[in-house]
Design a protein around this ligand. Structure first.
Ligand code: DX5
Ligand code: ZN
Length: 223
C-alpha cells in the first residue's frame, strides 16, 4: 500500500510561503487549508494564493476546503491545477455532482467528514471518490490534540474501502504527529496531513521522512 505525507502549510510562515514550501520538497503532497470563517470559525486563504503556491512548487497540491457552498467554489480549485480537491460533505448540496465536476477538471475528488459525521450513509458514494478525509480534530485550527475516539471510524472506513476495492485513499487530518501517526496507520489510514508536527520541527524535511517511515512500519505490522 502506498503511503503519503501531506504537510499542512497552515502551520507555515504565511509571509514566506515559497521558502516554507521549499523546506519540505520531499513531501508527497502539499496540504492547503482553505477556510471561509463560516463553515469554520477561522479565515485563511483562497484561490489566488493556491494559484501562487502552484507556481513555486512541483509538489502536487492537496486543497482542503473548509467552506460553505463548495458546489460553487471547489471546481475553480481544480481548474487552477490542484491535484486533489477535498470538500466537506456536511457543506455540499450535491456531492455526487461535485465529485464528477472535480474529476472532469482533472483533479482527484475527495470528501471530508467532521468528527461527528459518520461514514456509513455515504458508502454508496465511494465509487465517485478518489479519497476520503477523516478529520481527527474539529476543523478550523492547527495544533489541536489528536482525537483518539476517531480511531474506530478510521477502521470502519478502511473496511468499507477494502470492500469496494479500487484505490481510494484514506486521509487523516488533525493532530497527526510522531506520537499519533502509528495509531492512524494501524487503523488503516494511508495519507497523512501534518501541520504543526512538520513546521514546528527543527528540520521539517527530516520530520516528513520520519513520519513516512513510522507510518510504513506501523502499516507493515498491521498488514
Ligand atoms: C485543521 C486543518 C488541518 C491543520 C492540521 O482544520 O484541516 O489541516 O492544519 O494541523 P495539525 O497537524 O497541527 O493538527
Ligand atoms: Zn486540512
Amino acid at each position: 500500500m502506498g503511503l503519503r505525507i501531506s504537510p499542512s502549510i497552515l502551520s507555515a510562515d504565511f509571509a514566506n510561503l515559497e521558502s516554507e514550501v521549499t523546506r519540505i520538497a520531499n513531501a508527497d503532497w502539499l496540504h492547503v487549508d482553505v477556510m471561509d470563517n463560516h463553515f469554520v470559525p477561522n479565515l485563511t486563504l483562497g484561490l489566488p494564493v493556491v494559484e501562487a503556491i502552484g507556481k513555486v512548487t512541483e509538489t502536487p497540491i492537496d486543497v482542503h476546503l473548509m467552506i460553505e457552498d463548495p458546489d460553487r467554489w471547489a471546481p475553480g480549485y481544480a481548474e487552477a491545477g490542484a491535484g486533489s480537491v477535498t470538500f466537506h460533505v456536511e457543506a455540499a448540496a450535491a456531492p455526487v455532482r461535485l465529485a464528477r465536476e472535480l474529476r472532469a477538471r482533472g483533479a482527484r475528488a475527495s470528501m471530508a467528514l467532521k468528527p461527528a459525521t459518520p461514514i456509513e450513509p455515504y458508502e454508496d458514494l465511494l465509487p465517485e471518490l478518489d479519497m476520503v478525509l477523516l478529520m481527527t480534530v474539529e476543523p478550523g485550527f492547527g495544533g489541536q490534540a489528536f482525537l483518539d475516539i476517531m480511531l474506530p471510524k478510521i477502521r470502519r472506513t478502511r473496511a468499507l474501502l477494502d470492500k469496494h476495492g479500487g484505490d481510494i485513499w484514506l486521509q487523516v487530518d488533525g493532530g497527526v504527529s510522531a506520537t499519533t501517526i502509528e495509531r492512524c496507520a494501524e487503523a488503516g489510514a494511508d495519507t497523512f496531513v501534518a501541520g504543526s508536527a512538520v513546521f514546528g520541527a527543527d528540520d521539517p524535511a527530516a520530520m516528513v521522512d520520519q513520519l513516512r517511515e513510522q507510518a510504513a512500519a506501523a502499516n507493515h505490522r498491521h498488514a
